[in-house]
Ligand binder design. Structure first.
Ligand SMILES: Nc1nc2c(c(=O)[nH]1)N[C@H]1C(S)=C(S)[C@@H](COP(=O)(O)O)O[C@H]1N2
Ligand SMILES: [Mo]
Length: 410
């Protein structure tokens, strides 16, 4: 049996087009795997799904495969060296990745820059001559933590692993804009368009990955061609990706082919109806707030997140914390499910306000049951909330209670 996409982004599609997309697009992953000579996956209840061919270079033992286009990092696998290795980093594609041939001549990749005084087409080769900057940032899907919503919103039930801390190199968007005469008057948004081939027979606006962020985001945005020190892989958006630090994953457009300063937000469905904070039971629409900037969040990654009981005595509780648009000021840890809190210690290098910080809390635990929790505060004084904000899409779960870990110490 071929793998079936289990979490088509239905909320981004016009009614009825989900099945069409599965037929024309996502289903091709199964064929690709077969063509690559892989054994057909055997349907065994509870068995891990195999990695699809386009991410065959990833570490299967580190990942949970929800579907061929939604793959997350296991919580117990996050290490304590700040950067998430590419082999372990999550994957989220709304459309099937383009053909690998787009990486054949990376420097020939073209991007249209619009809404500037001198709009023009630039190649990746041109961009590489305009400047280089490097940014470490948290890449996190808007739905990370959706799996902890008790009302089971539709969409991938991500736990903590639709996130990673990644280093990108590329040219700052503001330098490109300056070279093209500056932003045209009246442009309030920066709109990026993905370069996927769109399935035939569907309204392009209903499936295209095109997102708008406030034009002010250009201050930190990059047009990036390297991830974690190497040219960006196809799976992560190579040859060229728009990086908007502080904003949720969807705004970081892979295979970016157009960057436009626009007066209005794009009317692509992924913007107008997708990624909206709507009341439980309601559908997303343009009147509701968009999921955009990330807010303060932390979680514990170990020990005990692999389910194994802990040994009584000294233990090092570790996790990650980030502030979204702000740096993290402090992290507190609780051993009693949030009744009492103590300051954790930040460890490792500080890679800037958009990266996450590692924290460690040394505790001596006697035998028993414990609920370990972490709570971060950002430099603006925002405290990670106890409760999630209920919403139909299961977005923006920053609840410390939802992310607490129950451990047995023997
Ligand atoms: N062109 C394009 N860009 C995209 C997407 C996509 O489907 N197509 N998915 C977005 C979403 S929803 C997320 S969470 C991130 C995932 O990035 P990753 O797969 O590199 O981890 O990419 C974003 N950028
Ligand atoms: Mo996402």
């Amino acid at each position: 049996m071929n793998q079936q996409p289990t979490s088509l982004p239905r909320r981004h599609l016009l009614a009825g087009s989900g099945a069409a997309l599965a037929a024309v697009g996502l289903a091709s992953f199964g064929r690709t795997a077969a063509a690559a000579g892989e054994a057909a996956p055997v349907a065994v209840a509870g068995a891990a799904k195999p990695l699809p061919a386009y991410v065959g270079w990833k570490d299967p033992a580190s990942l949970i495969v929800h579907s061929s286009t939604t793959i997350e990092t296991k919580r117990s696998v996050f290490g304590t060296s700040v950067i998430t290795p590419s082999e372990q980093l999550y994957i989220r594609n709304n459309l099937p990745a383009p053909d690998a041939s787009i990486l054949g001549n990376r420097d020939a990749w073209e991007i249209n820059i619009e809404g500037v005084k001198n709009p023009r087409k630039l190649t990746l080769g041109d961009l590489k001559r305009m400047g280089i900057e490097t940014t470490a940032m948290v890449l996190q899907c808007s739905g990370n933590g959706r799996g902890y919503f008790p009302n089971k919103p539709s969409g991938t039930p991500w736990q903590v692993g639709a996130a990673g801390c990644v280093v990108w190199s590329g040219v700052p968007v503001r330098w490109v804009v300056d070279a093209l005469g500056g932003v045209e008057a009246g442009m309030a948004y920066l709109t990026g368009t993905g370069g996927e081939k769109l399935p035939d027979g569907l309204d392009p606006k209903s499936v295209i990955v095109e997102r708008s962020v406030p034009a002010a985001a250009l201050a930190d945005a990059l047009l990036a061609w390297e991830m974690n020190g190497v040219p960006i892989s196809l799976a992560h958006g190579g040859p060229l990706r728009l990086i908007v630090p502080g904003y949720t994953g969807v705004n970081n457009i892979k295979y970016v082919k157009r960057l436009a300063f626009t007066a209005q937000e794009t009317d692509a469905r992924i913007m107008s109806h997708g990624y909206r904070i709507s009341p439980p039971g309601a559908k997303g629409d343009p009147s509701q707030p968009s999921v955009q900037e990330m807010t303060v969040k932390s979680w514990i990654n170990g020990p005990g997140t692999d389910g194994a009981p802990l040994k009584a005595g000294d233990t090092q509780i570790h996790g990650v914390a980030f502030g979204g648009m702000n740096a993290v000021a402090k992290v507190e840890v609780s051993l009693d499910g949030g009744k009492t809190w103590q300051l954790a210690r930040m460890v490792g290098p500080d890679l800037g306000r958009f990266a996450w910080r590692q924290f460690v809390f040394a505790a001596r635990l006697p035998a028993g049951q414990f609920t370990l929790a972490s709570r971060a505060t950002d430099t603006a004084g925002n405290v990670q909330p106890e409760q999630r904000m209920e919403n139909a899409g299961g977005y923006n779960n920053t609840s410390w209670a939802d992310h607490a870990v129950k451990v047995s110490v023997a």
